[in-house]
Write a protein that binds this ligand. Structure first.
Ligand code: PGA
Length: 248
């Protein structure tokens, strides 16, 4: 199982200019880091990481591949890879809310793995329910993404992001015991889908209102391998503070 924390910045659309993006890369790239740091950025900014030691990735990829040239506006996994990215997010809840079904996420997942990218598969329920229906929801998201793609799934991380906890502030994040319980559930499903040995190699991250104030407790009491950070990653200082909290 991974030991060093994996902390991924998810810029979403918070950073819009190349100047601000370059300053972020310089600052975070130069800092001494106590965890492994990746950044999921809008596609036009991927090349800005070329000279940095940071791993850069996309926030989604097209489900279509090189055999489908005539699709205006799509960005394929191969293009993302050829632009210098090593990974991509797929299935982020904001993409799902924009229309990506489990079937579409599966196609993106397979396309990204085939192109040689590591995939950070995002899963998470809209709401929690007393009868535990949220577990079935998460299980379906996991199983449908991996279905038939297990042999490709050598380089995968799962980011658990309960939709109701995203984009708020530290006190609204999920509490560590609930995170731990869900991570155990995700690990159980991964073991069924991939086999125990392969499943143990998959980092399981948490995302949803992680800030410097709660990062340490969430990381070490929640039993996660690291984080996917949204709004707090837009500021290099705040992001680096979270990274510091994840020192092993
Ligand atoms: P947040 O976003 O940190 O702003 O809650 C996390 C995410 O959506 O990846």
């Amino acid at each position: 199982m991974q030991k060093r924390s994996l902390v991924i910045a998810n810029w979403k659309m918070y950073i819009e200019s190349p100047e601000v993006a370059r300053a972020w890369v310089a600052k975070v790239g130069r800092a001494k880091k106590d965890a492994e740091v990746w950044a999921a950025v809008p596609a036009p900014f991927i090349p800005l990481f070329a000279k940095s030691a940071l791993s850069v990735g996309a926030q989604t990829v097209s489900r279509l591949d090189a055999a489908h040239h005539a699709h205006t506006g799509e960005v394929s996994a191969t293009m993302v890879k050829n632009s210098g990215a090593s990974f991509t997010l797929v299935g982020h809840s904001e993409r799902r809310a924009a229309g990506d079904t489990n079937e579409a996420v599966h196609a993106q997942f397979a396309a990204a793995l085939k192109a040689g990218l590591t995939v950070v598969l995002c899963v998470g329920e809209q709401a929690r329910s007393q009868d535990g229906a949220h577990f079935t929801y998460i299980e379906e998201q996991l199983r449908s993404a991996f279905a038939g793609a297990q042999s490709l799934a050598k380089k995968v991380a799962v980011a658990y992001e309960p939709v109701w906890a995203i984009g708020k502030s530290a006190e609204h994040a999920m509490k560590p015991p609930q995170i731990e319980e869900t991570v155990i559930f995700i690990r159980k499903v991964l073991a069924e889908v991939l086999g125990r040995t392969a499943a143990l190699k998959v980092p399981v991250l948490y995302g949803g209102s992680v800030e410097p104030a709660n990062a340490h407790a969430l990381r070490y009491e929640g039993g996660v391998g690291g984080f996917l950070i949204g709004h707090a990653s837009a500021s290099p200082e705040e992001f680096l503070e979270i990274v510091k909290q994840c020192k092993g």
